[in-house]
Design a protein around this ligand. Structure first.
Ligand code: HEM
Length: 243
């Protein structure tokens, strides 16, 4: 039986966060297209950025892939593929901890840089600070549950609670009781993540959706053609007299 609080926390808030995430991005694109940027600070400092940024980005990419594996793929599928629970957990925990530590180490370098390099600090807004708190808070909570579970020796099997709850949201049959049964650390981690997702469209994190895929195939130098187009005068040869 779902309590009203469980329905609010694990039935309503996830949908509210997803709606704000989608509508927020559309709104931002429509009304703040020129503000849709990472606000790169590479011009101010490059040495720490060159180390911290790839560490953070490769780490978080691995964390995201791990979440797809753990939350989206049902246990019955990995079982059918012949992957035992023990093998799953071994890979999930070792890769998860490696990815989480890379992400955290990268983030620590980036935050240290932001605090100690004058021009980068001056370019840091209040919005950036809120974003950093939500991002680091979510990562720390995720890593804490993973570490505590491993230290305890008998980790909570989130593929019986958190994962089916997560999928239940996306198949539009939310089952809050599943998440209400998960340990507190998991609930705090998930709530921090929904808060981060709701803040996302209003922060520099929008740059995630501007991944420059075209860079891989575009020419080094873009030449423009002088094709005749409305308003273009046909080019003439040689020197022309000013009129
Ligand atoms: C509602 C969304 C999310 C859910 C349901 C969720 C759930 C989980 C679960 C079940 C774990 C595994 C804990 C363990 O191994 O014992 C985990 C770990 C973790 N999560 Fe999340 N998570 C969410 C979003 C996020 C986001 C947005 C971030 C990053 C900003 C994040 C960062 C991490 C990290 C760093 C770990 C530890 C390393 C790892 O296992 O990858 N999570 N999360």
């Amino acid at each position: 039986m779902n309590s009203p609080l469980d329905i609010l926390l694990w039935g309503a808030i996830p949908y509210a966060a997803i709606a704000v995430f989608i509508v927020g991005h559309l709104w931002r694109y429509r009304y703040d297209k020129f503000g849709w940027t990472t606000r790169s600070s590479q011009l101010y400092e490059n040495r720490l950025l060159r180390l911290g940024s790839p560490l953070f980005h490769f780490g978080i990419l691995l964390v995201a892939l791990g979440h797809v594996g753990g939350l989206v793929i049902p246990r019955s599928w990995t079982e059918a593929a012949g992957i035992t629970d023990h093998a799953y957990h071994l890979v999930a925990v070792s890769l998860g901890i490696l990815a989480g530590i890379c992400t955290l180490a990268g983030a620590a370098i980036l935050i240290y840089r932001r605090r100690t390099v004058g021009p980068v600090f001056s370019a840091t807004t209040r919005n950036d600070k809120v974003m950093y708190v939500l991002l680091i808070g979510t990562i720390l909570l995720g890593l804490t549950v993973t570490f505590l579970g491993t230290l305890a020796g008998d980790p909570h099997d989130y593929r019986q609670t958190v994962s089916p709850w997560f999928r239940s949201i996306f198949i539009l049959q939310p089952d809050p009781a599943l998440m209400a049964a998960a340990p507190l650390g998991f609930r705090l981690h998930a709530m921090a993540a929904w808060t981060l997702f709701a803040f996302w469209p209003f922060s520099r994190l929008v740059h995630v959706f501007s991944f420059p895929l075209g860079y891989a195939t575009r020419p080094y130098i873009v030449y423009r053609s002088r094709d005749a187009a409305p308003g273009n005068r046909a080019p003439r040869r040689g020197w022309e007299r000013a009129t």
